[in-house]
Design a protein around this ligand. Structure first.
Ligand SMILES: Cc1cc2nc3c(=O)[nH]c(=O)nc-3n(C[C@H](O)[C@H](O)[C@H](O)COP(=O)(O)OP(=O)(O)OC[C@H]3O[C@@H](n4cnc5c(N)ncnc54)[C@H](O)[C@@H]3O)c2cc1C
Length: 511
């Protein structure tokens, strides 16, 4: 994934800083040579780690110190201050740990430390001999990595229907579609990573059936693969329109890298695009197409875009933002037909388009699970350990519906980071750790230069409290039901988003 180089700022930590400059619970960013280093004080101890998040270069010095960890303000990755290791997605790689000397009332940082990998736990070592992962997205990738990190040394095969190795799907509707992120930012890992860790990544390999009794996965080419532990991480599939013309070649969807490559190719010559669907993917794609100077019209059934997720105030603000960028909305209506030149709407309007992007939501890809006899109800049903109703089969990511530790309700969430964190927990549970999945959900959206972060999960609320100003892009919105805050959305208040996450964690712990 693309990383931004950290800028050299703050004091030269090689020359030392007075102890008094780093208060208890304080963070201080300086540098050693060209490398930015973060100092953190926790009680009597001082830690020094790389100051730049390994996921898109977030500034860890503006993050939140929690016990012996630091959380990144941009996408809530979490690192150990003691070892630099990643404790929570979306970061995939550790940050460096630095040597500290404290003498004569000053703190000096000298060089990077070699940190030995955590030893495998005995439970992990012999728990399974053949693990199969079905899927090649966020959850699958995180699970494969975690299995090896936990010391699992048996066979590990990842079957992915996709032709590309796991990639940063959220970037597809943002930088990559807009042309600001090159394709080489997208892979989550190098091919070498999978080889080195003994992860047998099979691309273009669709699993067509699972025999849960015999513990066999069957592939589209007829091959069979035995397992003693299986993770289902088949993600979601875009909902297809069934209106006349929906299968014309200029009518596209956006789920995979291949979809996005095709869109990018078409956007290069397209003049007018119609985006059908005014939720996250539709609106992010609209912004990305505007960056390519394509005229964009957006069609959506609701009166205010994204109202159901973020409330009317944010929805109106987002609409205005898009309109200022030249997007034309057709709301409260739907598309009824498409031909080579026009998209026809229910209200009788006809919109000219040489590119049509359909973003009307996704459905969890539960076909395999259903056919295998697993309990399925609007997602694959899993318990708090992400175990399905079948022995030795776990599920994670967009397909999984699990009991939420915060509300007690069963939820299914389509967030990249949730999928990664579930992948990791499922991997640990495949190895017998019995770890509850209780991470607080987090996602973000980027449209033009606006980023909204959202922590928690509110499917419905009776009150939204707005602190600050949406217009001024400086606000926190709390979504409440029966007096209980279920989610917090923020604009340019990253630290508040992190604090809200921490509060949700505390609330959950004391439930
Ligand atoms: C364009 C776009 C932008 C997004 N932006 C954001 C964002 O900004 N923030 C956010 O939080 N979330 C975002 N999301 C959602 C996020 O990407 C998903 O929640 C996440 O990818 C889910 O991970 P997953 O592993 O469950 O599924 P996926 O990432 O969808 O992976 C599923 C994998 O399973 C494979 N597969 C399916 N069936 C089979 C089979 N039978 N055999 C073998 N392989 C199979 C697929 O090919 C795929 O590789 C976005 C999604 C899209 C499409």
């Amino acid at each position: 994934m693309g990383e931004e180089a950290g800028k050299q700022s703050g004091p030269d930590l090689g020359l030392g800083i007075p102890e008094a400059d780093l208060a208890e619970g304080g963070l201080l960013v300086g540098h050693v040579g060209d490398e930015p280093v973060l100092l953190a004080r926790r009680g009597a101890e001082v830690f020094a780690i790389g100051a730049v998040c390994s996921h898109y270069g977030g500034p860890l010095g503006e993050g939140l110190l929690v016990d012996e960890t630091i959380r990144c303000p941009w996408h809530h990755a979490c690192f150990s201050l003691r070892t630099g290791e990643v404790l929570r997605a979306p970061a995939l790689n550790p940050v460096a740990c630095w040597r500290i000397d404290r003498r004569d009332g000053a703190i000096y940082v000298s060089d990077k430390l070699e940190i030995a990998p955590r030893p495998a736990t005995p439970a992990a070592a012999g728990a399974r001999r053949a693990v199969v992962i079905v899927g090649g997205g966020a959850a699958a990738d995180a699970a494969a990595d975690a299995l090896r990190r936990e010391g699992y040394s048996g066979a590990l095969t990842m079957f992915s229907a996709d032709d590309s190795a796991p990639y940063d799907r959220p970037n597809l509707s943002k930088g990559f579609l807009a042309g600001s992120a090159p394709e080489d930012w997208l892979p989550l890992r190098s091919r070498r990573h999978y080889e080195k860790r003994g992860i047998d990544l099979r691309l273009g390999a669709r699993v067509v059936a699972i025999d849960a009794k015999a513990q066999i996965a069957r592939l589209a080419d007829g091959a069979q693969h035995s397992y003693d532990g299986l993770l289902l991480a088949t993600g979601a599939e875009p909902v297809r329109l069934t209106i006349p013309g929906a299968d014309l070649p200029h009518v596209r969807m956006l789920r995979s890298l291949a979809d996005c490559r095709e869109l990018v190719a078409r956007a290069q010559s397209a003049r007018r695009a119609v985006v059908i669907g005014a939720s996250f993917i539709g609106l992010e794609a609209a912004a990305a197409l505007r960056a390519r100077k394509v005229e964009v019209e957006v069609v959506g059934p609701d009166a205010i875009p994204m109202e159901r997720i973020l409330g009317p105030e944010v929805g109106r603000f987002i609409r205005k933002l898009h309109e200022e960028e030249g997007v034309v909305f057709h709301l409260g209506t739907t598309a009824t037909a498409i031909d080579g030149r026009f998209v026809e709407l229910k209200n009788g309007e006809k919109l000219e388009a040489d590119l049509v992007l359909v973003g009307v939501g996704v459905r969890p890809a539960v076909g395999l699970a259903e056919a295998a006899g697993l309990a399925v109800d609007r997602g694959v049903l899993v318990d708090e350990y992400l175990a399905t109703s079948a022995p030795n089969i776990f599920a994670a990511g967009d397909i999984a519906r699990w009991p939420d530790a915060f509300t007690g309700e069963r939820i299914r969430i389509e967030h990249f980071i949730v999928a990664e964190r579930q992948g990791r927990t499922a991997a640990r549970n495949i190895l017998g750790h019995r770890e509850r999945f209780d991470a607080v959900p987090f996602f973000w959206t980027e449209q033009y230069d606006l980023t909204i972060s959202y922590v928690g999960h509110a499917e419905g609320w009776d009150n939204v409290e707005i602190d600050g100003s949406i217009e001024a892009r400086d606000c926190a919105l709390s979504y409440r039901r029966a007096g209980k805050t279920l989610a917090v959305a923020t604009i340019n208040r990253d630290i508040e988003s992190l604090r809200a996450e921490l509060e949700f964690e505390g609330a959950k712990a004391s439930r």
